[in-house]
Write a protein that binds this ligand. Structure first.
Ligand SMILES: C[S@@+](CC[C@H](N)C(=O)[O-])C[C@H]1O[C@@H](n2cnc3c(N)ncnc32)[C@H](O)[C@@H]1O
Length: 392
């Protein structure tokens, strides 16, 4: 029997899908997200995932931890210069972990062209340009006046770097001749044409994002967060697929490996690459649900007909399908089933998913345990109780 997401979500209270990399917000995920997770728990012995589910429930029940997340959120919205420098250094360390995880991700010498999507404050790019003095990079990020972060790349690196200040939500990914409902900007030549050996995707949609428009005064209200979150993820993915050289490496930030929509994206990456691995850096990501998929030897043309065009069609839905003109919406259950349905994952790919994700779950368990110790949360007491807030 092959279940589709629509069948799985028949009783779901809401039908939004999140592909977001940010973790410190409260939201109850509808059941269809968790279908794959529950099948894993029922059919595989994965103590780390069992522990993780228990710890998440405990975390969400604890008010002390709530305060920690609220404080984080406040700092993210208005970081001072010291915080930004701290993040920059942290990002360099994350990139170092990614490099050492995928041995040879950044060669120490020789021509090397990379694209860094969501590049500010610039830690990833700084690490690469410092390690390889012949490397050339292009970074794309949101301008500060729209809510983006400043780029802090060292002067010595800047002459080997092209910075593109662009709102990814304003780029035009339409592909079938149908014009977008609102005017969009063509993808700049420096961001396409399969020219990069390594493409890093580390952007995440910002809560304080401001669209570029005449009314976009600094104090103008931001559009609802969910309006553009999934469109932003799909924009990054499509940009990366257009920019990556055949056989190149794609590093893509994702969250919750055990959730249905993430498993569908991982299945996609597995099918188009020679080698897929999941890396969860200890720096910054340890207690969060985020991790990086590292796909090496990527050949986009291995994707069966309809996959990439399906992603483009989905981008259009996510970007413009909202109730207000020009506004987007969250993806719905079943909208990624054209790649693989949850039922097919369960039938043919679940062992592979568990093997890929085991380490990611283990690192988060240890990260959450440490976070709980620091904040005085006593884990374990509520592991078997039901909680709607079990998402982190
Ligand atoms: C976690 S930071 C990336 C950090 C980066 N990897 C580094 O090494 O410093 C997320 C990035 O997403 C970018 N971003 C968010 N919304 C964007 C948008 N609409 N268009 C372009 N970039 C965006 C932010 O400006 C920021 O640079």
């Amino acid at each position: 029997m092959t279940l589709s997401s629509n069948e799985i979500s028949a009783t779901a209270a809401t039908s939004s899908i999140t592909l977001d990399g940010e973790v410190n917000h409260r939201s109850a995920y509808p059941y269809h997200y968790k279908y794959i997770r529950d099948v894993i728990l029922a059919t595989h012995k994965v103590p780390w995932l069992e522990q993780l589910v228990g710890l998440r429930k405990e975390g969400w029940r604890n008010e002390g931890l709530d305060e920690v997340y609220m404080e984080r959120q406040a700092v993210i919205q208005e970081p001072d210069m010291e915080t930004q420098r701290f993040w920059f250094e942290q990002m360099r360390r994350v990139m170092s972990e990614l490099d050492h995880f995928g041995v040879g991700l950044v060669p120490p010498a020789g021509e090397f062209k990379f694209l860094d999507i969501g590049c500010a404050p610039g830690g990833f790019s700084s690490y690469i340009l410092t390690k390889n003095r012949q490397a050339h990079g292009t970074g794309v990020t949101l301008d500060i006046f729209q809510g983006g972060y400043p780029v802090l790349l060292e002067k010595r690196c800047q002459r080997r770097y092209t910075l593109v200040l662009r709102d990814l939500l304003q780029l035009d990914f339409t592909y079938d001749g149908a014009p977008p409902p609102v005017p969009l900007v063509p993808i700049p030549p420096s961001l396409r044409d399969h020219q990069y050996v390594l493409v890093l995707v580390d952007g995440h949609h910002l809560r304080h994002y401001r669209p570029e428009s005449p009314s976009s005064a600094p104090d103008a209200p931001s559009p609802p967060y969910m309006a553009f979150r999934d469109a932003f993820f799909l924009s990054q993915l499509l940009l990366a697929l257009d920019a990556l050289r055949p056989g190149g490496t794609l590093v893509l930030k994702l969250t919750h490996a055990e959730y249905t929509h993430t498993a569908q994206i991982l299945f996609f990456l597995d099918a188009i690459s020679d080698r897929l691995a999941l890396c969860k850096p200890r720096v910054l990501h340890r207690s969060r649900a985020t991790f990086y998929a590292v796909a090496r030897g990527v050949h986009v043309d291995r994707a069966p007909p309809g996959w990439v065009s399906g992603l483009r069609a989905l981008w259009r839905e996510a970007r413009f399908g909202g109730e207000v003109e020009g506004m987007g919406r969250a993806l719905r259950a079943g909208e990624l089933d054209f790649i693989v349905s949850p039922g097919e994952i369960v039938e043919v790919w679940l062992d592979r998913l568990v093997k890929l994700a085991r380490q990611v779950w283990g690192i988060q368990v240890r990260g959450l345990q440490k976070l709980f110790e620091r904040t005085g949360v006593q884990p374990g007491t509520a592991a078997n109780e039901q909680s709607e807030h079990e998402d982190q």
